[in-house]
Structures are given as C-alpha cells and as structure tokens.
Design a binder for this molecule. Structure first.
Ligand code: FES
Length: 152
C-alpha cells in the first residue's frame, strides 16, 4: 500500500493506506483522532466535517490521496485549539448547545470555518453556512445562537 504524508493539526503524519481511503477513516482508525464522527458516510450529514486549509470539508467523502501534499493542511476538532479555548467552543459551552453531542464536532468545525471567512455573519449567513450539518436532536436554535455569540 502507498505511504502518505499528511499534515494534520500542524504535525506531519505517515500512513500506509489505499489511495481511496476516506480521510475520516484515516483519522479515526489509523491516527486515533476519534473526535471526527461518522454519520452517513455519503457527504450528507456533516458529522465528519474537518478543515482543509481553513475551509469546511467532509472527511467521509475525501480520499486520502487528495490531501497528501504539504500544501494541504488539515485541522480536526482535536486541533482547533489547545484546550477548548476557541471562541466557537467557548460559545458552545456558554449556550449549552449539545444534547446527545454526536454531531457537535462537525457543527463546531463548520461554525469555525464560517467565522474564518466571515467574522461577522448575519443570521441568514449563519443559517446558510450551518444548513448542511444535521442534528438529530434538533438543537439548531442553540447552534445558531452560539455561532452568533462566537462572532461578537
Ligand atoms: Fe460525512 Fe455524513 S459522515 S457527511
């Protein structure tokens, strides 16, 4: 199997996996970064959201061969901040967003990517940016409130 060098959370990692292995499974099964969650596996739910060069992407439908390049910087929920002090994480705690919690890593990564490109999003921009992240518990009101709080 080919060996890939990946740049994740500001460190280089080597993995031996098939070229079409989804990044989600590289993170979870090969690098023990299990904060990124498996939801649907077909790019529909957002549970597996990570950042690729600061932009939100779905790791379940991203083959490892597409990111094996020093210019491709991956950030996972584990790398978003050293100890949970990212403004989005702080807002999540303040608003007490999670219910079951399963989708929250993906939600937080999508919110952080939105604030990377738009530091002061409108209510509609928040709703649009977060609309691809599903929450079976229906915590959308608190999610949108926390994103707005993080932006202030
Ligand atoms: Fe990737 Fe659902 S697990 S979008």
């Amino acid at each position: 199997m080919p060996q890939y060098s990946l740049y994740i959370n500001e460190k280089e990692h080597q993995v031996d996996v098939a070229a079409d292995t989804p990044v989600l499974w590289v993170l979870r099964d090969h690098l023990n970064m299990v904060g990124t969650k498996y939801g649907c596996g077909i790019g529909q739910c957002g549970a597996c959201t990570i950042h690729l060069n600061g932009n939100a992407v779905r790791s379940c439908s991203l083959p490892v061969s597409a990111i094996a390049n020093a210019s491709m910087k991956i950030t996972t929920i584990e790398g978003l901040s050293e100890s949970g002090e990212h403004p989005v994480q702080q807002a999540w705690i303040e608003v007490d967003v999670p219910q079951c919690g399963y989708c929250q890593a993906g939600q937080i990564m999508s919110a952080a990517a939105l604030l990377n490109r738009n530091a002061n999003p409108s209510e509609d921009e928040i709703k649009n940016a977060m609309s691809g992240n599903l929450c079976r518990c229906g915590t959308y009101t608190r999610i949108n409130k926390a994103v707005a709080l993080a932006a202030t």
